[in-house]
Write a protein that binds this ligand. Structure first.
Ligand code: KIV
Length: 255
């Protein structure tokens, strides 16, 4: 079943863009799945979007298991990928244990951040039969030590390092790789050179085999921070506020 889903998604490469959106709960998973999204990502961005943390570095495996199980209860037709949170894959052995915990919660594939430095971890997980999506470029779990939310791939040395990362994760068996916040020309070059499916975010439109967005950025659900590259297709935060204001007013009895 999972193998078929992944084969169908991989068959899109070069034919049509693959769509990936984050989902952290049951109703959102159902809605996005019914809308035809290819991949549902239980991203560790849930740390900010659902739990009120300033970044992803406070997210635990327990959080991820809880939200992955909620999304899995929607029995999505889409492929369900779950993020491995920071410090739950420091060694290949720990990485495999974490991947197993997430698949036990209903994930069909897992995602981790890193390139050359995580090749052995990826190989261990994939050889155990768990499909893996890699994540290179800007790595949100390393934002503190990596110098903030800046574009990657601006220099020739950075672009070469990104290519080495991509080749390493592909050789280790990842079926796909998220490329985050890289110069668009670099994302396009990486995609051209890539034997696996590339999924871009903040890496230019049409530069990768597909794109991923944080659900709240797509629907205008988190007005306190909207990334520069987000293209909201709705404004649910305003709709929620308006509905609440209307309801509060409706409770008042006429004087
Ligand atoms: O956690 C997340 O939402 C992600 C996307 C930004 C790709 O990793």
């Amino acid at each position: 079943m999972t193998t078929t889903k992944i084969q169908n998604i991989l068959a899109c490469k070069g034919k049509r863009p693959v769509s990936e959106l984050t989902a952290y709960d049951y109703p959102t998973a159902r809605l996005l799945d019914e809308a035809g999204v290819d991949i549902l990502l239980v991203g560790d961005s849930l740390g900010m979007m659902m739990l009120g943390f300033p970044d992803t570095t406070s997210v635990t495996l327990e959080h991820m298991v809880h939200h992955t199980a909620a999304v899995a209860r929607a029995h999505p037709r889409a492929l369900l990928v779950a993020d491995m949170p920071i410090h739950t894959y420091d060694t290949p052995e720990q990485a495999l244990a974490t991947a197993r915990a997430l698949t036990a919660a209903g994930a069909e594939a897992v995602k981790l951040e890193g390139g050359v430095d995580k090749a052995e971890h990826i190989r261990t997980i994939v050889q155990a039969g768990i499909p893996l999506q890699a994540h290179i470029g800007l790595l949100p779990q390393h934002i503190k030590e990596d110098g903030g939310y800046r574009m990657r791939g601006k220099t020739a040395a950075e672009a070469a390092a990104l290519l080495a990362d991509l080749q390493a994760v592909a050789a280790a068996g990842a079926f796909s790789v998220v490329i985050e916040c890289t110069h668009s020309a670099v994302a396009a070059q990486l995609t051209q050179a890539s034997p696996i499916l590339t999924i871009g975010i903040g890496a230019g439109h049409g530069t990768c085999d597909g794109e991923v967005q944080v659900y709240h950025d797509l629907v205008g659900g988190f007005p306190w921070f909207v990334p520069r590259f987000a293209t909201p297709g709705a404004s649910i935060a305003e709709s929620i506020s308006q509905a609440a204001r209307n309801w509060v007013s409706s409770l008042r009895l006429p004087e």
